[in-house]
Structures are given as C-alpha cells and as structure tokens.
Design a binder for this molecule. Structure first.
Ligand code: IDP
Ligand code: MG
Length: 148
C-alpha cells in the first residue's frame, strides 16, 4: 500500500489546525502510520528542502520550517500521494480551491500550513529522513469498509 509524508508546518501548529488536518485525512479513509511533534534544526530543514536550495526563497523557507514545532506524519492508502496533494491544495495561492486545506486556511505561499510529498519516490525519501526509527506496523480494521 502506498505511503506519503505529510507535515503540518509551524503556522498550522500555532494556529490550532492539527486536529482539523488530521481529521481530513482520517475521514477520507487513509491510515495513520506515523505521528510526532518535532522541532527540526537548520541542517535538517535544509536537507528536507534540498531540491529547492537554489531558489531565492530557500532561506526564508528554512527559517519558517524551523520557527516552531511541526507535526510529521505518515499516511497510507491507495493513491495517497496524489490524493494527499489534492487534499492539501495548490502551491500557487492564485490557484487555491476552497475545500482544500490551503484553500480554506492559507493566503500566502510562504505560510501555507502543510507539506505533502509530491511523488512516491520523494515520499519514500522523506519518510526515511523524518522517521529513521521506523513507523507503526498495524492494519486498520476499517479496511473492508473503505476498499472493495
Ligand atoms: P509544495 O509545498 O506545494 O510542494 P514546493 O514548490 O515544493 O511546493 O515548495 C515548497 C515550499 O516552499 C512551499 O510549500 C512554500 O512554503 C515554499 N515556497 C514555494 N515557492 C515559494 C515562493 O515563491 N515564495 C515563498 N515561499 C515559497
Ligand atoms: Mg514540494
């Protein structure tokens, strides 16, 4: 089963959106496989966003991510990477649809509440980076009520 890495950014934690965001993934039917509140340091944030290191906003992005605790999660389910990105919403604020997390709770691109892996391969890398201790082994008993 596919897995994705989802992170509630410091603004999402400060604004009290943790329960709301977890609820959206839970109610969709995805399974929570990893969860922790963690404040990361600069080298760690730079590693997570290494692909963006040449961007002019990189330093501000790293400052933002290390500015407070984040909620790091692993969610599992059919097509969870692509569907997770849809639940999160667009990167560009001009394209944000209501009903998405960013569409409902964010205005600026640099304070957009939540991160989600953009591909199965980046999800694998991000889960390994954020959960070196490994993740929970369990199977939801809701499975037959969610998948046919
Ligand atoms: P994504 O989070 O939707 O995958 P990415 O392009 O991977 O978007 O960028 C990672 C994060 O960097 C974004 O979520 C946002 O917080 C920040 N970011 C992206 N573009 C800009 C920008 O132009 N200005 C400021 N921050 C940006
Ligand atoms: Mg991205």
């Amino acid at each position: 089963m596919e897995q994705t890495f989802i992170m509630i950014k410091p603004d999402g934690v400060q604004r009290g959106l943790v329960g709301e965001i977890i609820g959206r993934f839970e109610k969709k039917g995805f399974t929570l496989k990893g969860l922790k509140l963690i404040t990361v340091d600069r080298p760690f944030a730079e590693k997570h966003y290494a692909d963006l290191s040449a961007k002019p906003f990189f330093n501000g992005l790293v400052e933002y991510i290390i500015s407070g605790p984040v909620v790091a999660m692993v969610w599992e389910g059919k097509n969870v990477v692509t569907t997770g990105r849809k639940i999160i919403g667009a990167t560009n604020p001009a394209e944000l649809a209501p009903g998405t997390i960013r569409g409902d709770y964010a205005i600026d691109i640099g304070r957009n509440v939540i991160h989600g892996s953009d591909a199965v391969e980046s999800a694998r890398k991000e889960i390994a980076l954020w959960f070196p201790e490994g993740i929970a082994e369990w199977k939801s008993s809701l499975h037959p009520w969610i998948y046919e």
